[in-house]
Design a protein around this ligand. Structure first.
Ligand code: SAM
Length: 221
């Protein structure tokens, strides 16, 4: 039988520690969450190859390294309220649920959101709330958030997300080309009108589709 625990530990050492992630809480979360429970049937054996995998609706489960990198950059503390945009498979939401007190996650595809909800429930994560909608507008009723992580790349930083950060809150988001390389940005809010932006390096993400993101290719202009 395939030894998932061994494969998970090996993947964390080789691809996550090996590529520079040092936050012990993030590493512990990656050693805990069973990624095989968040991939589609038939892909379980590939769950620890540190690559994206298809999850339906033309979307992918994020690469574990990038999930770890973003979680580390967001500097999540145990009592934090975190917003994730782009639930996808629910894997990153599970990692965030290990790090924070409450996770709110938004997915634009209803089918993916429903599947992620089932997976998170089965895996025992009771501190994740998921809704279907346009995550570029955030989740105003649940704001402010200590951290916001966006798992899709937009043309710019959505104003709604900046405005839903708590003072001291961190927003981690890929910004750049629709289908080329993007820059991973961390925006920190230090006062109601003061935001500092840092460039954390080049990344490649699926497009962030929505009112404050890219236009939906399925919608005629
Ligand atoms: N974090 C996910 C995981 O661990 O499986 C992977 C996310 S996948 C790379 C990006 C997701 O963002 C896709 O599921 C896509 O449908 C979603 N997405 C894109 N634009 C969105 C938007 N405006 N609001 C909510 N979800 C969006």
């Amino acid at each position: 039988m395939f030894d998932y625990d061994y494969a998970r530990r090996r993947m964390v050492e080789a691809h996550i520690v090996g590529r520079g992630v040092r936050d012990e809480r993030v590493l512990a979360a990656l050693r805990t969450v069973p990624r095989e429970a968040f991939v589609d049937k038939g892909y379980e054996a590939f769950a620890y190859e540190d690559g994206p995998l298809p999850i339906g609706n033309g979307q992918t489960i994020s690469q574990p390294f990038i999930v770890a990198r973003m979680a580390e950059a967001a500097g999540i503390a145990p009592g934090d309220r975190v917003l994730e945009i782009g639930t996808g498979s629910g894997y990153a939401a599970a990692i965030l649920a290990e790090l924070a007190s409450t996770v709110f996650s938004i997915e634009r595809h209803g089918e993916l959101a429903a599947k992620a909800k089932r997976r998170l429930r089965r895996a025992g994560y009771g501190n994740v709330a998921i809704k279907v909608g346009d995550g570029t507008k955030g989740w105003a009723e649940r704001a402010p958030f200590d951290a916001i992580l966006v798992a899709a790349g937009g043309p710019s930083v959505p104003l709604s997300l900046k405005n839903q950060l708590a003072i001291g809150g961190r927003l981690v988001i890929p910004v750049g080309d629709r289908s080329g390389e993007q820059r991973l940005l961390r925006v920190t809010r230090s006062a109601p009108d003061a935001f500092a932006e840092e460039d954390l390096g080049g990344v490649t993400f699926v497009p962030l589709i929505g009112e404050e993101g890219w236009a939906n290719p399925a919608t005629p202009p």
